[in-house]
Design a protein around this ligand. Structure first.
Ligand code: ZN
Ligand code: ZN
Ligand code: ZN
Length: 288
């Protein structure tokens, strides 16, 4: 029996989620890994988040000023973020942001019928429809696309975050320092000190602490996680005693092969182990 007074405790079952105290069931949300709490396919929080992405794009377009067009080329504007790559050849202005949003309106109105609304108002009003008609709406593609439109709008107004060279030690996602908050409002004191992982959301108090966390992870990562993929620069930092010539020779002879620019850490460790007779600084177990 469904108990209307029950504060449901959702546990995953075959289809979606079931309450462990009563007979209530819930659909799985199409935008986050969890229950919606109802038969709807998207939860309140995720609808709000999707609408916020569009709000932020609108806000950045409002913040944009015709004078911004030349910001990337102005030597006096060195403290501002250069225009996005696409703007180098004069593309990627606010017109392109509008066009990208209109592209989605055109795709969705094929199914929902014409609309007299502005692009972002229309999209905001059709998130619920899109989540329940994922094939027609190209839901996953839409969500990726609208986020890159937001990123383009952000760099249009000089609010693109600064990317740090190292990735998150927990989830390997990009780590950035923000220039605006999640609602698109510029931080009054500009670039923030606290690095933030865009994947797991970890925030470090400053760049030094983040770097420390990366280095602490580097000490244990090779043994703990052989299936982690690392860049060559990261591999070199894991094994500072391996001379540059060894890396070159391994790659030249095909003993170390990259996939999309990344190397499997376990393979790197195995290779480094082959030279344990000359390198004694790290306690390596097996010799291959
Ligand atoms: Zn219940
Ligand atoms: Zn959700
Ligand atoms: Zn992370």
């Amino acid at each position: 029996m469904i108990d209307p007074t029950c504060i449901h405790t959702w546990t995953p079952d075959a289809d979606a989620y079931a309450c462990s105290s009563c007979d209530a069931t819930s659909a799985a949300c199409v935008a986050h890994d969890g229950p919606t709490g109802s038969s709807l396919l998207i939860c309140e929080g995720c609808i709000a988040r999707e609408r916020t992405v569009l709000d932020v794009i609108d806000l950045h377009l409002d913040q944009w000023d015709e004078r911004d067009r030349n910001r990337g080329r102005s030597p006096a504007a060195f403290t501002l973020v250069p225009m996005a790559q696409a703007r180098e050849d004069g593309e990627g202005g606010p017109e392109d942001i509008h066009a990208a949003l209109l592209g989605w309106v055109a795709r969705w109105t094929e199914h929902t019928g014409a609309s007299g609304q502005g692009a972002s108002d229309y999209l905001r009003g059709h998130i619920m429809w899109a989540a329940h008609n994922r094939e027609a709406s190209s839901w996953e593609e839409y969500r990726r696309s609208v986020r890159s439109i937001r990123a383009a709008a952000r760099s249009l107004v000089g609010l693109a975050p600064e990317r740090l060279a190292d990735r998150c030690p927990h989830c390997r996602a990009l780590v950035v320092r923000d220039r605006c908050d999640a609602e698109g409002r510029p931080h009054p004191d500009g670039l923030q000190d606290e690095p933030r992982c865009v994947g797991c959301g970890t925030v470090w108090p400053n760049v030094e602490r983040f770097t420390l966390a990366v280095h602490e992870r580097i000490e244990t990562l090779p043994e703990d996680m052989p299936d982690t993929w690392v860049t060559l620069a990261e591999a070199k930092r894991f094994f500072p005693d391996v001379p540059a010539v060894s890396w070159r020779v391994w790659r030249f002879r095909g003993r170390l092969r990259a996939q999309d620019g990344y190397y499997r850490l376990g393979d790197v460790v195995a290779l480094v182990n082959t030279r344990t007779t000359v390198s004694v600084s790290r306690p390596m177990s097996a010799t291959v």
